[in-house]
Write a protein that binds this ligand. Structure first.
Ligand code: 5GP
Ligand code: ZN
Length: 112
């Protein structure tokens, strides 16, 4: 996916502040944080959106949730809590068409 922003971040063509990386998953700080901690967790496989998951992609999505908990533990916000958001499609407010999980933490978040 040559013109995908997050694929470029995965390849290192665009710099990012990495929080976690393994063979299948990358996590990095959001460039415009909406909370004291705002991390994006993405599969290295290009999946355009939640709506574009193919059979088998549920495995990587499950691993992403596990990685989110690992990051929460390591960064010390597991106990206080956090929020995970996935925007999907136009009405969902998705701007980057590479599946990503927003992890927000570090303050008491508003309702919704
Ligand atoms: P969406 O609106 O698609 O759910 O979220 C896209 C997110 O990507 C936004 O929170 C935005 O701040 C973040 N973002 C956009 N461009 C970049 C970038 O070049 N680097 C990083 N680290 N985050 C980005
Ligand atoms: Zn991509």
């Amino acid at each position: 996916m040559g013109d995908c922003l997050f694929c470029k971040i995965i390849k290192g063509e665009i710099p990012s502040t990495k929080v976690y990386e393994d063979e299948e998953i990358l996590a990095f700080n959001d460039i415009k944080p909406l909370a004291p901690i705002h991390i994006l967790v993405i599969p290295k496989k290009h999946i355009s959106s939640l709506a574009d998951m193919e059979n088998g992609d549920e495995v990587i999505v499950g691993k992403i949730y596990k990685v989110i908990n690992k990051i929460a533990e390591e960064k010390g916000f597991k106990k206080d809590g956090y929020r995970v958001i996935v925007n999907c499609g136009e009405n969902g407010g998705q701007e980057v068409m590479h599946l990503h999980f927003h992890v927000l933490a570090g303050k008491k978040l508003g309702n919704k």
